[in-house]
Design a protein around this ligand. Sequence first.
Ligand code: TD3
Ligand code: ZN
Length: 309
Amino acid sequence: MALVTSKEMFAKALKSDYAVGAFNVNNMEIIQGIVDAVKEENAPVILQVSAGARKYARPAYLMKLVEAAVIDTGLDICLHLDHGEDFEICKKCVDDGFTSVMIDGSKHPYEENIALTKQVVEYAHAHGVVVEAELGKLAGVEDNIKVDARSATFTDPEEAAEFVQRTGVDSLAIAIGTSHGAYKFKGEPYLDFERLKTIHNLIPDTPLVLHGASTVLPEFVNKCNQYGGNIPGAQGVPEDMIRESTKWGICKVNIDTDLRLAMTAEVRKFLIENPAEFDPRKYLSPARAAIQGMVQHKIKNVLNASGKR
Ligand code: TD3
Ligand code: ZN
């Protein structure tokens, strides 16, 4: 049991049709809910933290919470920076003790993305830390009207192969039609599986990463709304599409929105049903249990990662 890199997890996942769940964390209850689920399912896990979440939780608390999770559960855990936007934040996380960082240079021109990614790879690898990069842009929901126009921002397979070769990056996040948040598609959900297959065939040894992979199950949106919420017309990636992607090199699947929805639904329900209660433990216990339930569902039914530890 230790903080580990994702190297072995990905090597195993690449050979088989499952993916490692990468779940976003920012407080104790979320971390506990996830690791309890992972332990129950005997699955591999990545806990990931955005720069914003690191600031929210405060770096020292975050490190100690994740270290506590390792001690408490006896699990190997990979601690990953999600969407690092510059060298400095990646360096800070490497220095803190993260075992994996993402440098997201996808908003920069191709050559700048390569230069930035190389700089992070050099520093991270010198410290035993692995690096994820991103090529192509995740779609915004407005871009969904025309698939042709949108696919211009999707990852170019030839570029992806050259990018990996020139940067020495350990894994690559690709854009094939997903986007972040609860509103992913305006019309029919669509992922460019042909593109994914082409990329995987060109770089079969590179673990690929799927961002924006929340399913946004109606059950949880409806529960939020039933208890005083107002979340209109949310739409996620269908579960069978996520499962399908794991056959074509997707080794890491990022999930944040589904955890937020599951947790918030329980807090709303509890407070509406128990208006006289004001002990935070009373509403955070079911919220933590909801995180665990959601993560077990993902591991078993979406990621196919049960027993793959
Ligand atoms: O990088 N992330 C997590 C942060 C996005 C903000 O929700 C993802 O790719 C997960 O995306 P999502 O929104 O589908 O859970
Ligand atoms: Zn993301």
